[in-house]
Design a protein around this ligand. Structure first.
Ligand SMILES: Clc1cnc2c(Nc3ccc(N4CCOCC4)cc3)nc(-c3cccnc3)cn12
Length: 273
């Protein structure tokens, strides 16, 4: 039942096992006492938010994600807070983090990878139709639903288009497109670039511009689009990756064309494992 406007509190929930530790807090399995509805409760310490100066980002994340309804986007049902913590009431993703599956198997079979890319493309189409840019599409931000379907989570970096980044970039550069590492104005096409990086990482097992040498070396490889696709990757997959990892944003394959690409069409026939 849509109780979206009601005032939630911790007393409404029975806290279950910890699901994992996110950037700013822990996620627990929880059951809403009245309905028995299972959710994931993300508990974030305000002190940590203030220290990292990301309160505004969290407010935006809540504002954006709470209004989104899509099978490949993790639902945010509501939130509440007490003097020390903020609590996000999120959809429970029963098969956990896609990132862990990827690291365990090394890389995905191409049909599996294509199915996930198709699901992420559908989610991005929905976001862009709502003028939302995610800006942080990577395996760590994808969770797996009941039938192993991919769901974008963590809207911490999403903005209403067009955006310019005010927060300094932290964490991996690997997924950022040239215009973002160059701090230029960017729009929805940054997600097209990240979709290409995601496709590459799914079929190869590592991101395309990763540099052991570190930050500056990665930056240079991104800016030059220094892309080497191993010949273990099928021609169809390589073709889609090349069409997304274009330095010039206008040359990146639009989402509509991604859905019609031969590599993606391949994935429609294969039923989910
Ligand atoms: Cl938000 C949100 C909604 N659902 C989840 C979830 N679900 C989930 C399901 C199942 C398993 N297990 C499946 C059997 O093997 C053991 C793990 C883990 C997490 N995990 C996280 C999370 C966050 C950070 C680190 N690690 C996991 C956040 N979530």
């Amino acid at each position: 039942t849509e109780q979206k406007n009601r005032k939630w509190s911790l007393a409404d929930f029975e806290i279950g096992k910890p699901l994992g530790k996110g950037k700013f807090g822990h996620v627990y399995l929880a059951r809403e006492r009245r309905s028995g509805f299972i959710v994931a409760l993300k508990i974030i310490y305000k002190a940590e938010l203030e220290a990292a100066k990301v309160e505004k980002q969290l407010r935006r994340e809540i504002e954006i994600q709470s209004h989104l309804r899509h099978p490949h986007i993790l639902r945010l049902y509501g939130y509440f807070y007490d003097e020390k913590r903020v609590y996000l009431i999120l959809e429970y993703a029963p098969q956990g983090e896609l990132y862990k599956t990827l690291r365990r198997t090394g890389k995905f079979e191409e049909a599996t990878a294509a199915r996930y890319i198709r699901q992420m493309t559908l989610a991005l189409q929905y976001l862009h139709s709502r003028h939302v840019i995610h800006r942080d599409i990577k395996p760590e931000n994808i969770l797996l639903g009941l039938n192993g379907e991919a769901k974008i989570a963590d809207f911490g970096w999403s903005v209403h288009a067009p955006g310019t980044r005010r927060q300094t970039l932290c964490g991996t550069l690997d997924y950022l497109p040239p215009e973002m590492v160059e701090g230029k104005e960017h729009a929805w096409w940054v997600d097209l670039w990240s979709l290409g990086v995601l496709a590459y990482e799914f079929v190869v097992g590592a991101p395309p511009f990763e540099e052991a040498a570190g930050y500056r070396a990665t930056y240079r490889r991104i800016a030059k689009v220094d892309l080497k696709i191993p010949d273990t990757v099928s021609p169809d997959a390589a073709d889609l990756i090349r069409k997304l990892l274009q330095h010039d944003p206008e040359k990146r394959l639009p989402l509509e064309k991604v859905l019609r690409h031969p590599w993606i069409r391949l994935s429609i026939n294969i039923s989910p494992t």
